[in-house]
Design a protein around this ligand. Structure first.
Ligand code: NCD
Length: 311
């Protein structure tokens, strides 16, 4: 079995079989990560560059750890301290790095489409670690993996994505993936943070009422307000956002069921999510982070050409 694509640019381009293969392979790597010796030789002699043109904590460490657990050689690039600050173009930077015999590129960039552009110009496999407001495919995959682990299935699952849908690449990757895998998606947030034609364009339901959305769903994936991507005022204040759309203990206690709470991080505590929810046993936020390493190992392995299914 191998993937139908050479790069992971977005969930949009993956088939249902691709997604299933990545999730199954991640299950195997998850088992490896429970062993006392967590390292396997699968990517020995494969060299990977982590190109981060935008801030990251979880995603960067998760990729780096996944690469190390697979025995790959890695180099790390952060835009501050690089020649990009001296005016070098993205393509020049990457061509120079590749001339040092680098096989795979993991990249995060604030420009939507940057990894797609690179994929047209360089021979190495590219993995998108988040491009602007477009997609964050490994986050979508690790969210799906975590939901499936917790609730046993994706098909028919009712997933609410709550918050700043407009500026969230995590929302986009989740929507593509959950639609392909037969889950039901409702997006919820203030009307100014939800794209106008999302229902028609992406086949999701829209509900502006948080209480009703929570009553409907099995899983609430709560997103951060991406203030750094908003160039105009889209809601009155963070305090009022919390009153209308913050996920709170009392709201959850008043439901007649126990839903699963997720968040891709970083959390703005007291804005989209209150601490007594984030730290409760209903929340699988740290399990998402843990699962992220296994999911990224699966993606790297399947795209490396070391998978016996590849030729
Ligand atoms: C997200 C991102 O960078 O897109 N974080 C992450 O990768 N875990 C979400 C966010 O920044 O809010």
């Amino acid at each position: 079995m191998s993937l139908s694509t050479r790069h992971l640019l977005g969930i949009k381009d993956l088939t249902v079989d691709d997604i299933s293969l990545i999730l199954e392979t991640a299950e195997q790597f998850k088992e490896v990560l429970q062993r006392p010796v967590k390292k396997v030789p699968s990517l020995r002699d494969v060299t990977i560059v982590n190109l981060f043109y935008e801030n990251s904590t979880r995603t960067r460490f998760s990729f780096e750890l996944a690469e190390k657990r697979l025995s790959a050689d890695t180099i790390n690039f952060a835009v501050s301290g690089s020649s990009a600050a001296k005016g070098e173009t993205l393509l020049d930077t990457v061509r120079n790095i590749l001339s040092m015999k680098v096989d795979m590129v993991v990249m995060r960039h604030s420009a939507s489409g940057a990894p797609h552009f690179l994929a047209q110009h360089i021979p190495a496999a590219i993995i998108n670690a988040g491009d602007g407001v477009n997609e964050h495919p490994t986050q979508g995959l690790l969210d799906a993996f975590s939901m499936r682990k917790k609730l046993g299935k994706l098909e028919g699952l009712k997933v609410a994505i709550i918050g700043d849908i407009m500026h969230s690449r995590v929302a986009m990757s989740n929507i593509y993936l959950l639609n392909k895998m037969g889950a039901k998606v409702t997006v919820c947030g203030p009307p100014t943070l939800i794209p106008k034609y999302i229902r028609e364009s992406f086949g999701v339901e829209v509900n502006y009422n948080l209480k009703e959305t929570l009553e409907w769903c099995d899983v609430a994936n709560v997103l951060r307000i991406q203030l750094e991507r908003q160039n105009q005022v889209l809601f009155s204040s963070l305090r009022e956002y919390n009153i209308a759309y913050g996920v709170k203990r009392k709201l959850l206690d008043n439901l007649n069921k126990e839903i699963v709470v997720m968040h891709p991080g970083p959390i703005n505590r007291g804005v989209e999510l209150d601490s007594d929810v984030a730290d409760s046993k209903q929340s699988i936020i740290l399990q998402q982070v843990e699962n992220g390493v296994a999911v990224r190992m699966a993606v790297l392995y399947l795209l490396s050409g070391r998978n016996p299914g590849n030729n």
